[in-house]
Each structure stands twice: as structure tokens, then as C-alpha cells.
Design a protein around this ligand. Structure first.
Ligand code: 4NP
Length: 157
């Protein structure tokens, strides 16, 4: 069982999409039981909330259900996961600061590290103040990276 946590800022836009998309792809591949997947935010403003309606809309358009509730990522959560995947540079830096040990720091990666199509830019842009078109773009970036992540976790590369 590989335990994965996707982390963004508010846990209502990007990381719930990553959680929903990864679970969808894993289930389609018949590999759901191999993974425990959660998402979280570094911020606490939206704790307990369902995903943003714009994230829900874009997910629904792709046949993906989002059923997470926002939670804040805390230092002790590093114990519960094998991979802690950051959605942008600020989150990556914040997670490294929060990590209580070298072992915890070693679990932090960018989600887009797993996207074979990604260039040097590792960020999934924050869509919170954007429009539905930005949510579509964010969806495509996350889906591509989640496909790469699923592949990588099966070949053990
Ligand atoms: P997320 O988007 O980090 O992708 O969930 C955001 C959600 C809320 C805020 C910022 C980003 N906010 O400032 O409340």
C-alpha cells in the first residue's frame, strides 16, 4: 500500500482535483486497493469545506467525482504518508519547512516531477482567483502528472 497526500494551499481547488483524478485513474486501472490517497492544505481557512464549485464542475465534466473535505496538513501527518506531493513552489518550500526530520523531508516531491511532459516549471498555478478556463488548464496539468505518477508507482522506477 502506497500512502499519498496531495498538498496545495486551501485544499479546495488543486489538491482535491489531484485526489479525485488519481483515485479515478487507479480505479480504472483496477489498482485502487494499492493506494491510500488524501489531500490537504497548508492553510486552515477552508477546513471542513467541500471542494470549490469550479473544481467540482471541471471534474464532473471529465466524469470524476470529488468527495474530499478540506483538512490542514500538519507536521505529524508526515508519519501517515509515503509521498507528500506539492502542487507549487510555495507549497514545496512550506512542506520542507514543516517537515520535522530528514525522513519527512525525503517524502516531499512536486506532483509535476511525475509528469513526463512537464518542462522545468513544476507549478500547478493557483486557480482560486481565476476563471473556469484556468480550472480546465489546471485539470489537464494534474491529470497528466497523475498518469505519470500511477505509471511510476507500478514500474518502481
Ligand atoms: P487551492 O486554491 O490551494 O488550490 O485549494 C486556493 C483556495 C483558497 C485560497 C487560495 C488558494 N484562499 O486564499 O482562500
Amino acid at each position: 500500500m502506497t500512502r499519498i497526500c496531495f498538498v496545495c494551499l486551501g485544499n479546495i481547488c488543486r489538491s482535491p482535483l489531484a485526489e479525485g483524478i488519481f483515485n479515478h485513474l487507479a480505479a480504472q486501472a483496477g489498482r485502487g486497493p494499492e493506494f491510500h490517497v488524501e489531500s490537504a492544505g497548508l492553510g486552515s481557512w477552508h477546513v471542513g469545506e467541500a471542494p470549490d464549485s469550479r473544481a467540482q464542475r471541471v471534474a464532473q465534466a471529465h466524469g470524476v467525482a470529488l468527495d474530499s473535505r478540506a483538512q490542514q496538513f500538519r507536521a505529524k501527518d508526515f508519519e501517515r504518508f509515503d509521498l507528500v506531493l506539492a502542487l507549487d513552489d510555495d507549497i514545496y518550500g512550506g512542506l520542507l519547512e514543516l517537515a520535522p526530520s530528514p525522513a519527512a523531508r525525503a517524502k516531499v516531491r512536486y506532483l509535476r516531477d511525475y509528469d513526463p511532459l512537464a518542462g522545468p516549471d513544476r507549478e500547478v498555478p493557483d486557480p482560486y482567483y481565476g476563471n473556469q478556463r484556468l480550472f480546465e488548464h489546471v485539470y489537464a496539468l494534474i491529470e497528466s502528472a497523475c498518469r505519470g505518477l500511477l505509471d511510476e508507482l507500478s514500474t518502481g522506477r
